[in-house]
Design a protein around this ligand. Structure first.
Ligand code: 6LW
Length: 505
């Protein structure tokens, strides 16, 4: 475990009354709901993918040359034949593994919905097209890893739910057919902490290293390691496990775990891992889901050691202006309940037309993107076409707030669990066109942030309401995801001309 007093001092401190303040220290390299990172290298290029749960298209893919700055270049599962849209809250696509092997990119992941299980897709070019999925039957569980022994045998290693192999299990497979070549065996049960999961295998320094996550993905999360001379084991855990955790510390980045290692062209190693940035009073609330962080990795006495100070990621400016002039939607646009193609079909130059008909789950389709910052603002300029339009801040189907507008009025609406209600409203004088606004501001309360809902009409900007952002946080909602901003035509049609997202300075 590498936590220096220095890294604590650079981060946010426990403020008066037990509230955690916004930190300036350890920064994510991919901020906002991007959990379970997996990384591979092809020459000088790094590629990184993350879990995506109910959002379609699934598995966002990033590219980098320096490990610190990453560009979103697509989503790997971008066809309904690869991933049916509309999986339901925190269902759908769980943790993937991305590898470059034999001049091909390989992604293995689990669709925990639709009765599907582990699946493999491949591509010659990471920007796609990715293949149709090959499913592996008879291996219930999550978090599959794919690795090849020196003789070319392919092994899938996963977190098994099967009572016969409960823990980290492994079997040789034919990855082209998805057929098991042997009966799965139990490889390791970890150190005895809860939820041994997220296995990844690496061949380094004459050993096979098995890196896993343990302790659950909450504050007790950590990374543990075992090693063997053979990919099939027996694996022996490091005596000093867990090798990386922030549990029971005041570090502003919590829940760290679920790491994946990569070797750099110069032979050095690095790791990406997930972490959260909780804020507010105990139990501290994180709102942007689990995010991706970066560490250097050294080898000491034959074991990996994480060095969080190796790289310095700076806070990013994630601001963008979307004017919908491109014929293709930017890969940041996803949907919890429809294929974004449903919206693209209505697209005309300089606007996107949302229709209440676009749906997979008996509800109007939502076009969404992930929030990436601790404080931010978003505006959507919309022309109504006889219907009702919603700009929402969404954690899941039961935890969200929105600004809803129709021809005569604009309303602030809040849903917290079983309770859904209008909390403020105003008459509208807007000639059929209005700009709806949501902001996440530094908190005046002891929550993680304050959410402010408002609108701009002919009379200028007006705030409808503001409230404690904890009600749209993972600690309240539960689950594996983070906040998104979503747009919906609740009835009829609406035309959105511009969306502006701004990282608050
Ligand atoms: C994932 C598991 C985990 O499959 O959370 O943090 C689960 N780790 O490894 C969902 O992301």
């Amino acid at each position: 475990m590498t936590i220096s007093a220095d890294s604590l001092d650079k981060g946010s401190q426990q403020a008066e009354g037990g509230a955690l303040a916004i930190g300036t220290g350890l920064q994510p390299v991919i901020a906002g709901f991007h959990p379970d990172p997996t990384i591979c290298r092809a020459g000088d290029d790094y590629y990184l993918a993350t879990s995506s749960f109910e959002y379609f298209p699934g598995v966002p893919l990033f590219h980098s040359r320096d490990l610190v700055t990453w560009e979103l270049i697509g989503n790997i599962l971008d066809r309904p034949s690869q991933l049916p849209p509309g999986a339901g809250d925190s269902r759908g696509i769980f943790a993937p593994t991305l590898r470059y092997h034999d001049n091909r990119f390989w992604l293995i992941t689990t669709d925990v919905s639709h009765g599907r299980g582990h699946m493999i897709v491949t591509a010659a070019d990471p920007t796609g097209p990715w293949s149709e999925p090959v499913f592996i039957d008879g291996v219930p569980g999550i978090d599959p890893d794919i690795a090849w022994d020196s003789d070319g045998t392919c092994y899938v290693t996963w977190c098994s739910n099967d009572p016969a192999t409960k823990g980290i299990a492994q079997a040789a497979v034919d990855p082209d057919k998805g057929v098991l070549l042997e009966t799965p065996r139990l490889l390791w049960t970890g150190t005895g902490l809860a939820w041994p999961e997220a296995p990844h295998l690496y061949h380094a320094r004459g050993w096979w290293y098995l890196v896993i996550a343990e302790g659950g993905t909450e504050r007790g999360h950590c990374v543990s390691v075992a090693r063997s001379r053979d990919i099939t084991g027996p694996f022996e855990g490091a005596g000093h496990n867990p090798i990386f955790s922030h549990r029971s510390t005041r570090h502003p980045v919590q829940n760290v775990g679920h790491a994946d290692l990569v070797q750099r062209p110069d032979g050095e190693w690095a790791a990406v891992y997930l972490g959260t940035r909780p804020r507010g009073v105990t139990p501290h609330f994180h709102v942007n889901g689990r995010e991706t962080f970066l560490a250097g990795v050294d080898w000491t006495d034959g074991w990996p050691v994480f060095d969080e100070s190796r790289f310095s990621a700076r806070p990013y400016d994630h601001s963008f202006v979307e004017d919908f002039r491109s014929s293709r939607l930017h890969p940041r646009w996803v949907s919890p309940n429809a294929a974004p193609d449903a919206f693209r079909a209505h697209e005309s130059s300089g606007a996107i037309r949302l229709s209440a008909d676009a749906s997979e789950r008996g509800e109007p389709g939502m076009l969404a993107f992930r929030t990436r910052d601790q404080t931010w603002s978003v505006t959507a300029k919309v022309a109504l076409d006889g219907g009702t339009f919603r700009l929402a801040l969404r954690l899941d189907t039961r935890h969200w707030c929105s600004v809803d507008v129709d021809r005569d009025s604009v309303r602030a609406r809040l849903r917290i669990g079983p309770v859904e209600t209008d909390v403020a409203s105003a008459e509208l004088d807007a000639d059929g066109s209005v700009t709806l606004c949501i902001e996440a501001r530094e908190p005046l309360t002891d929550g993680p942030d304050d959410i402010v809902l408002g609108f701009v009409s002919n009379d200028g900007y007006r705030t409808l309401t503001s409230f404690d952002g904890r009600y749209v946080s993972t600690e309240v909602a539960g689950g594996f995801t983070g906040r998104v901003i979503g747009m919906q035509a609740l009835t009829g049609n609406a035309t959105v001309h511009e969306v502006v997202y701004a990282t608050a300075k």
